[in-house]
Ligand binder design. Structure first.
Ligand SMILES: *[C@@H]1O[C@H](CO)[C@@H](O)[C@H](O)[C@H]1NC(C)=O
Ligand SMILES: *[C@@H]1O[C@H](CO)[C@@H](O)[C@H](O)[C@H]1NC(C)=O
Ligand SMILES: *[C@@H]1O[C@H](CO)[C@@H](O)[C@H](O)[C@H]1NC(C)=O
Length: 352
């Protein structure tokens, strides 16, 4: 009897835990971006003038999708944003877009490669401006930011926290970092096109274990807290030894080691990040899980956050792999989004 009760209660708790797990990505009408052309490392923004949404993604030098609603239908724009970029890198070398609106201008931060260092340590971050967000409208003349190359980081995966003097943040902060010593941020000039004093920046989060694989950060201020979202684990089906031969690529043996979205928070934008248990995210391997593999959603990451009227709150957007397609030769990285509830002070993925 006692055992029976225990079992029933235990199963009841399990059922509750299952029921309380993450909702699916919100349903999208029409073709979901990424079903055909991957939406790896998406950047999402809504145009002020007419409310049109622009979803920038990594493939083909920033493939762009547009829609009037988060729920779609989404249309793939005929031109990619940086295809005719004209730098020495050539096509196929620009990715991880991050989009922001500051003082009536739109800013696009993106990845490039320096072509000098080894392939996992050769990142560059470029910046472009536009008044419309249209794929063909970007002024790329500012080129790449002069962040000093250092052993401790890879200059990859840009994220911007625009300055706000009224809440005490005196400069624009560019976040970056992939593997190595983790996530960093560094002040930008007031016009956002330069790094006034190149140096190593501040280290915000680090994972001292395993492959040190945290990257893809997103800085976000909300209700008195600076949140640092990042992706932890392996993004992609490419961890095989023979990197050139795509047929050899495979996911990590342990499914727990694929991409997942983590968060830390601080009252300061440049230091003091801790997780929900109070562990330091810099020297205590802290990080609170926001969204991991569940149901048919595999390896969600590359995330960002957007305050949006359509859901009356904050949207977490990301890419993920449809679990039963994860072993296909060309894995499609789909676009997904959910609402975030901050009522506990820590972001929780909820249904709209
Ligand atoms: C999207 O994918 C289709 C089919 O593979 C391809 O023909 C097309 O060029 C892709 N579009 C872009 C912008 O890469
Ligand atoms: C700056 O921060 C304050 C306090 O959070 C906020 O009310 C204001 O809208 C912010 N300004 C901008 C330009 O985001
Ligand atoms: C740090 O890395 C370990 C080993 O890969 C992983 O299990 C853990 O979830 C990671 N923690 C964070 C906060 O990224």
């Amino acid at each position: 009897m006692h055992r029976q009760t225990f079992t029933t209660t235990f199963l009841g708790v399990l059922a509750t835990l299952t029921a309380a797990s993450w909702p699916n990505p919100e349903a999208i009408q029409g073709t979901i971006p990424g079903s055909i052309n991957s939406t790896l490392d998406p950047g999402l923004i809504r145009r002020k003038s007419d409310g049109k949404l622009f979803l920038y993604t990594t493939p083909n030098d920033l493939t762009v999708f547009t829609s009037s609603s988060l729920y779609g239908p989404w249309t793939e724009e005929p031109n990619t944003a940086l295809y005719n970029h004209g730098d020495a890198l050539g096509p196929g070398n620009h990715g991880a877009p991050s989009l922001h609106h500051v003082d009536d201008l739109y800013y696009l931060f993106y990845n490039g490669h320096d072509g000098v260092h080894e392939s996992n340590h050769d990142g560059l971050i470029g910046v472009a401006t536009s008044s419309t967000l249209e794929p063909g409208s970007w002024d790329i003349s500012a080129g790449y930011l002069g962040i000093t190359w250092m052993e401790k980081y890879n200059i990859l995966d840009p994220t911007l926290l625009p300055k706000n003097e009224s809440r005490g943040q005196q400069s624009h902060l560019l976040g970056f970092g992939s593997y190595r010593n983790g996530i960093f941020n560094i002040p930008l000039s007031d016009d956002l096109l330069d790094v006034p004093a190149p140096n190593g920046g501040n280290n915000l989060a680090y994972n001292s274990t395993g492959r040190h694989d945290i990257e893809g950060s997103y800085q976000f201020y909300h209700n008195g807290w600076y949140y640092l979202f990042f992706s932890s684990g392996e993004c992609c089906k490419r961890s095989g030894e023979a990197d050139q031969d795509a047929s050899q690529w495979h996911w990590p043996e342990n499914a727990g080691n694929v991409y997942k979205v983590m968060v830390c928070r601080s009252e300061e934008p440049r230091e003091g990040f801790v997780d929900r248990e109070g562990r330091s995210c810099l020297d205590g391997n802290g990080g609170t899980l926001v969204l991991g593999t569940h149901g048919n959603v595999w390896a969600p990451g590359g995330q960002g956050a957007l305050v949006d009227e359509e859901v009356g709150g904050v949207v977490l957007y990301y890419h993920y792999v449809v679990a039963d397609q994860r072993d296909e030769q060309d894995v499609p990285y789909r676009f997904g989004w959910n609402k975030l509830d901050f009522s506990s002070g820590w972001p929780a993925v909820v249904s709209v």
